[in-house]
Design a protein around this ligand. Sequence first.
Ligand SMILES: *Cc1c(COP(=O)(O)O)cnc(C)c1O
Length: 522
Amino acid sequence: MTMQRIGRPTAPILGGGNAMETRSGSRGLQQREDLIFEIGSADKTGVDLPAPAGRKDRLGGVARKVDTGLPGLTEPEAVRHYMRLSQKNYAIDLGLFPLGSCTMKHNPRLNEKAARIPGFADIHPMQPQSTVQGALELIDELATWLTTLTGMPAVAMSPKAGAHGELCGMLAIREALIARGEADTRKRVLVPASAHGTNPATAIQCGFVVDEIKADARGRVDMEDLRGKLEDTHDVAGIMLTNPNTCGLFETDIRTIADLIHDAGGYFYCDGANFNAIVGRVRPGDLGVDAMHINLHKTFSTPHGGGGPGSGPTVLSEALAPYAPVPYVVNEGDGFRLIEEAEGEAAESFGRMVAFHGQMGMFVRALAYMLSHGADGLKQVAEDAVLNANYVQARLKDVMTPAFDGYCMHEALFSDAFTADGIETIDIAKALIDEGYHPMTMYFPLVVHGAMLIEPTETESKQELDRFCDALIGIAERAAEGDESLKGAPYLAPHSRLDETQAARKPILKWTPPAPAAIAAE
Ligand SMILES: *Cc1c(COP(=O)(O)O)cnc(C)c1O
């Protein structure tokens, strides 16, 4: 028997601007989904119980008399609502997530399993220390890995994100300046133009003034500009420098930069968000760093974004270690003890940043990741991350414009120079959605025009990198030819171009029921 081919109507042409409309608003097995308030109503419920008989009012007459206004749903409606929403989400478990600077790598399931061990998952932060010795030991062991990998003497484990780690490091610097009696005179913090926005924000939050350093033609710190800013000055508190920097490049003058800052009486804060590019190969302590946060959710693969909280342990040099925040764990040889107050042996501590001890679940995941890779495996993480980014750069460089010459580190940066007039970075990013990929980071760093920053991470195979590059090459060729249809992308997403400025500036965060008149008119 031969299969009979059924004649198919021609599908609308992709890119033609006439995305096919369906009557239901759903398409291709993807259901349109309304707000839960629009699906549910107060008279629906997932359970069917008889009204309780002879109920005694124990509320003293203050029982609610009006409806709560919360939508009721049947069980299948509730399940489907969240299932459908989950399908609208892009996720690292669905595909390559090229967001540069974010290090969206696979979260190994082994780590998840370890984090769910009841002895870690079910303990309470206020339990007596004698009952949580294993958890304290785990924090101490992770701290040892972090200080060993960074070549730094101390680490504050409690910061809960990269930006929070920056706050920790800069508060330690401020405390050190207070101890030196120079907190009022040393206010200036140098920040390169390519810095992540959290760097200047942190400096200002700590009462410092930001002084921007130019980038040179190689995408690195302009050494002449830096030297000029440090000449005959006594007002510099320090520098906040990312290495590898946000252009995906190693700051080759980093030792000189550290010496210049120290000679000027300042401290060197290194933004360690890109540690995944050098872990196991370079120890920041050898580069003259005084403080550096490590994003466990980037370098050590713990989930982030919608998938979980961040964690930003911050390593500190000998000069800053005394000012580390409480609480911290000390290994007493025959057990572990938490120092919880900024007094006695921790009298110089700048205080406390979080209610408890940090992100325990992330500590478990990060240590599981380290132990499963081993020291040699972590070094290979960095090598493979850099190899993958250079593979992407090499495949794309003939159609797109690399922002700088030479090899990159863990992320490949392109400018929009290759696009025809009228086609912009955002059009390319939106077209990637039609190809099944989350867009790359765009318009960051600010030092590159129409920047497109792609970080594949080490967890992608060559096949997946090729599939992604093929899709992006197709879009880049259309952008170079000036294909106007790019301006309407995405065509296949549930929604096409949204007014993102309005959404950011005037978000509608509250659902208001339609006016009764409108209901009556229906
Ligand atoms: C991600 C990132 C940060 C901030 O880290 P969060 O954990 O998101 O607060 C800071 N600097 C750089 C360079 C980053 O990539």
